[in-house]
Design a binder for this molecule. Structure first.
Ligand SMILES: NC(=O)C1=CN([C@@H]2O[C@H](COP(=O)(O)OP(=O)(O)OC[C@H]3O[C@@H](n4cnc5c(N)ncnc54)[C@H](OP(=O)(O)O)[C@@H]3O)[C@@H](O)[C@H]2O)C=CC1
Ligand SMILES: O=C(O)C(=O)[C@@H](O)[C@H](O)C(=O)CO
Length: 277
């Protein structure tokens, strides 16, 4: 089982350097797959109200021999729950579904700029942290300008911004901005959902050179560029291998060649225009 290192957050807490995405892991199979992930060594589990699997995540936690205090559970507030009171109610409902009395990290899932309520939602998260229902607070799919607005209007910097990030869309400028203001970056769809990325020459060549899988090369690239990947796999063997990326390192030339695959987003999910409720 892989021992996963941690990174420091700007609020004094620590976050595992890799986590398990749980999008589309539902039902009994979902519970089993999430449980297998915990057994493989994952401590960070990434869910969301909109994944409709917080109950499954809660069941996997309850059935696991690992202490709840050793896990790092993240969920996300959906667009239809934006607003101060709505954020609080949404979080209480998430906790009830998860069967937990606190979340380790809670995020605003999408900024939904046309709704115009992400600052109020952020104030709701600040209040939730004050009440102890959420230990760390962050956002997802926020631009540098939106992050700056939150900090200017509330004085509280998000601990994390979870964004689309993979070798085709390395978001180099945003990652540098995060670093400059003390925000940890998390990468969603870190494996590009296994849609051809693994066949790219710089990835295949690094996999052969280090005797690891192409997915391990991609996940190690995330570590090297300073982002926390949350790969989703329901397959226990792939879960195990995906987490085993802490006993080799890519060379700077390999990292640069993989970053050179940049070509853009997977789909048109620009947070300035793409909204999810
Ligand atoms: N904040 C946001 O807006 C978003 C957040 N997310 C979060 O990020 C997580 C990860 O992103 P996701 O979109 O799921 O995509 P990923 O890039 O994690 O890819 C998941 C896909 O890759 C496959 N896969 C996993 N490991 C391997 C491997 N070693 N070899 C080959 N195929 C593999 C999985 O299949 P299999 O299960 O069969 O192994 C699955 O089909 C989500 O689950 C969710 O938690 C995702 C999108 C948006
Ligand atoms: O998985 C997530 O967190 C999402 O936000 C998804 O809805 C994602 O945007 C997607 O896959 C939509 O097709």
């Amino acid at each position: 089982m892989t021992e996963i290192p941690t990174l420091d957050l700007n609020d004094g807490r620590a976050i595992p350097e890799i986590g398990l995405g749980t999008y589309a892991m539902t039902g009994d199979d979902g519970v089993e797959a999430i449980g297998a992930g915990i057994e493989s060594g994952y401590r960070l589990l990434d869910t969301a109200v909109n994944y409709e699997n917080e109950r499954e995540v809660g069941r996997a936690i309850a059935e696991s021999p690992i202490d709840r205090g050793d896990l790092f559970i993240t969920s996300k507030i959906p667009g239809r729950h934006h607003g101060f009171d709505e954020a609080i109610a949404s979080t209480e409902e998430s906790l009830a579904r998860l069967g937990l009395d606190y979340l380790d990290l809670h995020l605003i899932h999408w900024p939904n700029p046309s709704v115009g309520k992400y600052v109020e939602t952020w104030e709701g998260l600040i209040e939730l942290r004050r009440r102890g229902l959420v230990k760390s607070i962050g956002v997802s799919n926020f631009t540098a300008e939106m992050l700056t607005e939150l900090v200017e209007k509330t004085g509280v910097t998000p601990a994390v911004n979870q964004v689309e990030l993979h070798p085709y869309f390395p978001q180099t400028e945003l990652v540098a901005f995060h670093r400059s203001i003390g925000v940890q970056t998390e990468s969603w769809s870190p494996l590009y959902r296994d849609q051809g990325l693994f066949d790219e020459a710089p990835i295949a060549e690094a996999a052969a050179a280090h005797d690891v899988t192409p997915a391990q090369v991609v996940l190690r690239w995330h570590i090297e560029v300073g982002s926390i990947p949350i790969p989703k796999s329901a397959n226990p063997e792939r879960q195990r291998l995906n987490a085993a990326v802490f006993d080799f390192a890519l060379t700077p030339a390999e990292v640069a060649a993989i970053s050179g695959l940049e070509r853009g987003r997977m789909k048109d999910r620009d947070p300035l225009t793409h909204e999810e409720m």
